[in-house]
Ligand binder design. Sequence first.
Ligand code: CTP
Ligand code: MG
Length: 225
Amino acid sequence: MAVALIVAAGRGERLGSGGPKALVSVAGRPMLEWSVAALREVEAVNAIVVALPPDRLDAAPDGVIAVAGGETRSASVTAALAAAPAGAAAEAVVVHDAARALATPTLFAEALLELERLGVDAVVAAAPVTDTIKQVADDGRTVQRTLDRSQLWAVQTPQVFRRDALTRALAASPDLIAGATDDAWLVEHQGGAVAVLPASAENFKITTPHDLRVAEMLLAERSHR
Ligand code: CTP
Ligand code: MG
């Protein structure tokens, strides 16, 4: 059995929609509801907790546990985990961004299966990097080196954790948490084993108005299939 945490408490400043991003309509329903619908189809998931902006708890879809998110993404994950029903140390916890509205039930289910099969602390959805990535000096111009692309993966959510590993990661010092770009990094930092699950680039994060237009097209296509 697994519990899923969806973080949806961000402001969506880069999208510039004037309201919380997760509640912006995409192909006929609020962005958040695409992830909730996908997770409802995953048999192993028996509870869904959603972290929302504190003044928008009313926007929680029926049947989910709603909780007020925090000032940072990590604070929202922490609040959602605290509101989750109690579970065993080895229980799986799915952490997912509402902004990744294109995540499929299959992706969630595969991540959960891989956590079990590999016996690791976390499994993160990730896509191989397709651009060539260069490291640039502090002057912002001078190329220092070109990284070996074959070893680079762009990580996404879902990120699936053993509950004890996620709890330990989120108990790290505020400084460490402030510098972490994802929850899995905290697990890595503590010496935990993290594996990637190859995922499609179609599971992108809706960040800008361009992303929203692409998501709108892809999700509209899915609902007509
Ligand atoms: N998030 C959250 N609580 C925060 C910040 C972010 O729950 N304090 C969530 C967002 O709702 C989103 C996910 O974390 O689902 C990824 O964050 P991001 O894409 O950066 O969304 P926003 O923070 O809303 O957007 P922006 O950074 O452009 O303001
Ligand atoms: Mg943000």
